[in-house]
Design a protein around this ligand. Structure first.
Ligand SMILES: C[S@@+](CC[C@H](N)C(=O)[O-])C[C@H]1O[C@@H](n2cnc3c(N)ncnc32)[C@H](O)[C@@H]1O
Length: 219
């Protein structure tokens, strides 16, 4: 059911020349209790968790959780002792994150990563992006990648967790999209070097979902 609503909201949003209006609609319906937030797993993303187990960061690393949604990934990052900021486009998502984690040490704020606020620019030694690039249409994805990358400090690390589209597999017309390696590697043109690249397969209702977890170091 929520899949059908998402598709309708996404198409209406794009017809209205907005790649992101539909997120506001999803959170509005969730706040009314009409629909669950489809990406709300009520726990941190398992690929983010396993990557950080294998690639631990120093305590107090200045960290940004991009498009934090309801805050589970951000709270996980804070539980590791990192100094976490978290932001999302949707004021409703930020309200819900603060309600979900009333004791949080995290500063949750509203921000649009197409044009990140000036206090984010080059300000973070670790920037974690989970499932946001895959949620915007092709037409706006590069601008979003550039905005996210601009938040990484010199020598800082950008982690991208996203659906991956193996060569030749069909392209979707509604989110979540699957990103091609060539797209993710656009970050190399922004002054980053690739540090790691992992391709994994998730099974969802017996359908394989290809994902990648990639990290890039800013020069
Ligand atoms: C698929 S959800 C993923 C949320 C969270 N990262 C997670 O893994 O649960 C995508 C999120 O990106 C946010 N978003 C989309 N475009 C954005 C933008 N330009 N700036 C900030 N947040 C954005 C949406 O509001 C939504 O919360």
């Amino acid at each position: 059911m929520s899949r059908k609503i998402i598709e309708e909201k996404f198409k209406a949003s794009v017809a209205n020349n907005s790649p992101t209006d539909w997120f506001h609609e999803v959170y509005r319906l969730a706040a009314e209790g009409t629909m669950e937030v489809p990406w709300d797993d009520k726990s941190a993303n398992p690929w983010l968790v396993s990557w950080l187990k294998r690639n631990p960061l120093k305590p107090k690393t200045k960290t940004l959780d991009v498009a934090c949604g309801l805050g589970d990934n951000a709270e996980f990052l804070a539980s590791l002792g990192l100094d976490v900021s978290a932001a999302d486009l949707s004021p409703q998502a930020i309200t819900m994150a603060k309600e979900r984690f009333p004791e949080s040490s995290i500063e949750y704020e509203v921000a649009d990563f197409f044009t990140p606020p000036s206090h984010f620019l080059g300000a973070f030694d670790f920037v974690s992006e989970v499932y946001t690039l895959q949620a915007v249409p092709d037409s706006h994805r590069l601008q979003l990648l550039q905005g996210i990358a601009s938040c990484v400090a010199p020598n800082g690390l950008l982690l991208i967790v996203a659906r991956h589209r193996p060569c030749g597999s069909p392209k979707k017309t509604t989110p979540p999209f699957a990103l091609e390696k060539e797209f993710i590697d656009e970050v190399l043109k922004l002054g980053f070097k690739r540090e790691s690249w992992e391709e994994v397969v998730d099974a969802y209702e017996d359908t394989p979902i290809y994902r990648l977890i990639a990290s890039y170091r800013r020069n």
